[in-house]
Ligand binder design. Structure first.
Ligand code: ATP
Ligand code: FE2
Length: 322
């Protein structure tokens, strides 16, 4: 079975094509800005502009024709209304013109399922650390439950905002990672873990009032917020009794975060798994894979029920495919 997956929850428009368990293509285009953050309407314009081109590229890469597609999957939740709508429209059009079934999927769960496909993780705790999202998710009693999350902004948005303040450009995560490598000088910052949740707003304000060198601030920011993420992930391991941690989301590309998670897992005799970068960031392949899993469990989305659901949470979805 060939599934085409469309990702459009935020600044990335991606199309992935999978055949059974093989990924045939994973193409994408990301809306970027020089200075400001993401402007939803502009990101949507970007997606409209690139969607046909990305589809062409993906079909070419997969060496298939449109007619070979058996199932159309799209990210239906959660995300920015403007951009989700573009992906949903594109999916509906393909489904109607090709006369193939449609399936709407949850973006956060897709991050977890692609990790399970690509690594040896069987029943992991997912640390999902991206721009807009920061959640610790794991499967329990037919749902993917959120064990901890950010109470304000996502860790990626935190890094991007701080980078914008430093004037080092967008996306900020990779730039901060490079600067952080040049320092070992830790500056005390607030450490904000509340129960199983984290918050970054206060740390950002504190950083903006510091006078230290950029490198020291980047190093200290990373050490602090990553330690917070490691702490809530470790608690989720302890609480659930699970023995695997999977990383997902763009911030998980960060080598220092990977190292800290690996270390924590080693100490707890747990295993950590990190998929390749192209599957950590937002991508169409993960949408296709989750779509296929759901379809094989007997689920489809009727056109009338294919409206976007920007505010659906991970634990609103009944998991019928596990
Ligand atoms: P979502 O819609 O899932 O919230 P997103 O649209 O923010 O995701 P992703 O591609 O998952 O997209 O993640 C982008 C984020 O990842 C940005 O905030 C970026 O700064 C951050 N990032 C990318 N590479 C690194 C890195 N090496 N270190 C830290 N952060 C990184
Ligand atoms: Fe994402």
């Amino acid at each position: 079975m060939i599934t085409l997956g469309i990702e459009s929850t935020a600044h990335t428009f991606g199309i992935g094509i999978i055949k059974d368990k093989s990924i045939l293509a994973n193409e994408k285009s990301t809306y970027t800005t020089k200075k400001e953050g993401i402007i939803p309407a502009k990101a949507a314009d970007h997606h409209i502009e690139v969607c046909d081109k990305i589809l062409e590229k993906a079909l070419k890469k997969a060496k298939i024709k449109k007619q070979d597609i058996d199932l159309i999957a799209f990210s239906q939740s959660p995300g920015l209304g403007h951009t989700l709508r573009v992906g949903a429209m594109f999916a509906r059009t393909l489904s109607t013109t090709l006369n193939k079934p449609l399936i709407g999927v949850n973006h956060c769960i897709a991050h977890l399922e692609i990790g399970r496909l690509l690594t040896k993780a069987k029943d992991p705790i997912l640390l999902y650390a991206s721009g807009a999202n920061t959640q610790v998710i794991a499967y329990e009693a037919n749902k993917y439950r959120i064990f901890g999350e950010t109470l304000d902004i996502g860790v990626g948005n935190f890094l991007d905002s701080f980078a914008r303040y430093l004037g080092i450009g967008f996306p900020g995560g990779p730039k901060i990672e490079q600067l952080a490598k040049k320092s070992k000088n830790y500056i005390e910052l607030p450490y904000v873990v509340k129960g199983m949740d984290v918050s970054f707003g206060g740390i950002l304000t504190n950083l903006k009032n510091q006078k230290a060198k950029k490198e020291d601030l980047c190093f200290s920011a990373q050490e602090t917020v990553f330690a917070m993420l490691v702490e809530i992930t470790e608690r989720a391991l302890a609480h659930t009794g699970k023995t695997e941690v999977l990383l997902g989301g763009g911030v998980a590309c960060n080598k220092r975060l990977q190292e800290m998670i690996t270390l924590m897992c080693k100490e707890r005799k747990a295993k950590s798994y990190v998929p390749e970068n192209q599957y950590l960031v937002d991508n169409g392949a993960m949408i296709a894979w989750l779509g296929a899993l759901m379809y094989n469990a007997g689920i489809t989305t009727r056109i009338e029920a294919s409206q976007i659901e920007p505010y659906i949470r991970t634990d609103d979805i009944d998991v019928k495919w596990r």
